[in-house]
Design a protein around this ligand. Sequence first.
Ligand code: SF4
Length: 313
Amino acid sequence: MISFGPVPSRRLGKSLGINNIIRPKVCSYSCIYCQVGQTMNPSLTRQLFFTPEQIFIEVDNHLAKLAAEDRPDYMTFVSNGEPTLDMNLGKSIEMLKGLGIPIAVITNSSMLPDPHVRSELMQADWVSVKVDAADADTWQKVNRPAEGLKFENLIDGLKIFAGEYGGELRTETLLCKGINDSQANLKGVAGIISTLAPGRAYISIPIRPPAEKSVMPPGVETVNLAWQIFREAGIETELLTGFEGVDTGFTGNIYEDILNITAVHPLREDALMELLAKNGANFSIVESLLSQRLIRRSLYQGKKFYLRDFQTK
Ligand code: SF4
């Protein structure tokens, strides 16, 4: 199956998934947290999978079967591996653009040193690049790249692409406990991301069974710290911790509003008090959410913040 969905995505609205990689998984990384399992032979060699015509026909047929209200906001290359390893990615994007729906690509960034890959991605309307590590050692531990790629070249490729790309650029950083969640790595990653100037950076955690069973999500305190470090670096940041919070969160129901907002970013206590006052609610609702372990309190520089408690899902 080449296309699937559309699935609801906080980042992309209704997203029709496109898997342009034929099974089994083909990837240039073997991330310890990968939900598709281990990569047998991580490789940087681009290959032929489906033809652009095959992808176009399947997607076109799929769209024809959808009800008008299910028409996707984006068609997203989110593959069984790394979508840029497909030699036909550029041609497929070109053909699919004729369908009049914006195209998104979620890439691990490893192929960005290649100018052909960069020029193919230029045609996409929205691209998310992976930035998990700020140094070669951490990168090796978390992403386990194919032989032949150097960390410096990866960072150069990211910077060149970010400088050239005119669409919606996003970054995604997935944090694993004890691997890439140190303050030094968080600060280094924030430094790299701030030079890329994405419209938004996402911080995520492993929420599905990872390739390596020992991989654990970091605690709420660390996720709060990561968000604060990114924000202090001037980066518009959101959390992706498995809750479909909405950007504004304002539903008119204070209970849901607090859950929605804290799913996306830590809520400082003074802002929370303001929200309660506006809704004529009192702090007992927060205490109730805390006691149900739906949210958690976390201190940062002497201030109290509230986050969705993803540890008790
Ligand atoms: S880049 Fe994506 S598909 Fe490849 S190993 Fe990492 S998580 Fe899995």
